[in-house]
Design a protein around this ligand. Sequence first.
Ligand code: TYD
Length: 145
Amino acid sequence: MISNCNIITLPKIHNRSGNITALNNGVDLPFDVRRVYYLYDIPGGESRGGHAHKALQQLIVAVSGSFDVTLDDGTDQKTCSLNRPYYGLYVVPGIWRELSNFSSGAVCLVLASAEYDEKDYIRKYDDFVAYRKDILNNKLPEKQP
Ligand code: TYD
């Protein structure tokens, strides 16, 4: 897997009338949640993401439908298909991500470790590659959790 990104199996409470997944800060997640957002009404063929974060940690969940997440640490790439509400993809800082192949009606829930901050984004791939090189050459401290 790319860096420390991995799929976390989320708790599921099952009964005949349906399922519940509840996420408790400090118990079920590797970071404290400061923000929740979700992507929906995504037109067919669209992709999202196309950026990295310097410090933000995220958990990405396909709460409905399915989509693919491609992670890139500047050296390796890996694509994960998310299609179950009880799997979360944990994305550490400094990883370029692209979300694609959204099914019709898909909802992408994102739990994030900080409030929205445009300064935390790296939006150009060339800048991302340079940022990773600086980390590898120890010119920049890696902002790991
Ligand atoms: P962006 O993170 O680029 O979306 P995606 O990665 O899903 O393609 O955000 C798109 C727009 O929404 C951008 O103008 C910033 C705004 N935005 C907020 O205001 N708050 C948020 O928490 C997020 C995630 C985005």
